[in-house]
Design a protein around this ligand. Sequence first.
Ligand code: SAM
Length: 257
Amino acid sequence: MDDEVERAWRAAEREPGVVVLDGFHALKHALRFGGDVRRVLTSDRAALAALAEELAADVGPALDELAVELPEPVLRSLVPRLHPTGVIAQVRRPSAGANREALARRPRRAPVVLLENPRNLGNVGAVIRLAAGFGATGVVTTGELDPWHPTVLRGSAGLHFATAVERLSLPELPDGPLYVLDPEGADIREVPFPDDALLAFGTERHGVSAELRARADQLVAVPMRPGVSSFNLATSVGMGLFHWMAGRPPGAGPDGR
Ligand SMILES: C[S@@+](CC[C@H](N)C(=O)[O-])C[C@H]1O[C@@H](n2cnc3c(N)ncnc32)[C@H](O)[C@@H]1O
């Protein structure tokens, strides 16, 4: 039985679009936000059920149905690093077509975040987590980095399933007014962000490219004390999304959809 489960795991690893989630919280988010969870392996079913009861009763029944117990050494052989909660899962990521459709859908009720050529996997994970929390429509990246890389999934705590995450090229960007966040832009306090905005952020080292700058409807800056050259990328996204949310009427929830 154990061998069969292990073989199924190994076979699924080769299927395109199957990603691994490690840890209870990432799995909880995938289940809660409609991720197509294929397989859940745990070293301790009872401990997993207790965690669900304590922290996420809504996903308890799904976990109960999906979870298969395997000895911890077997789990350790399947992933580079076993999470302290002793649970791993394989989930099918939404198709690129579904993500593109979600990103293009109109009317758009919450911004799309664009990261131009990001380099740091941890930053991208943090941005996806922010986007999910604020109810943004999605996160688009350009460049080589895979926004579904395992390290990015870890950084987002599995919240890739709560917002549309896709890599596109600049000409493929969804429609909408383009606000480019850049330290040389106009004071953000004078520029409200509409719900259908694309909020664009530059690469960690070099900032926004001339091409993206030329496409901008407006360049916008979060003012900084003289002598400080820039904020961290994920922090800037947090401030941009907060600025959008703060411009909405009180009580308008960050449902994003
Ligand atoms: C680490 S910064 C890039 C630093 C780069 N050397 C520069 O001068 O733009 C990464 C991105 O965060 C955003 N950012 C950082 N500080 C900002 C600020 N004060 N106002 C608006 N956006 C900012 C921009 O989109 C920037 O391209």
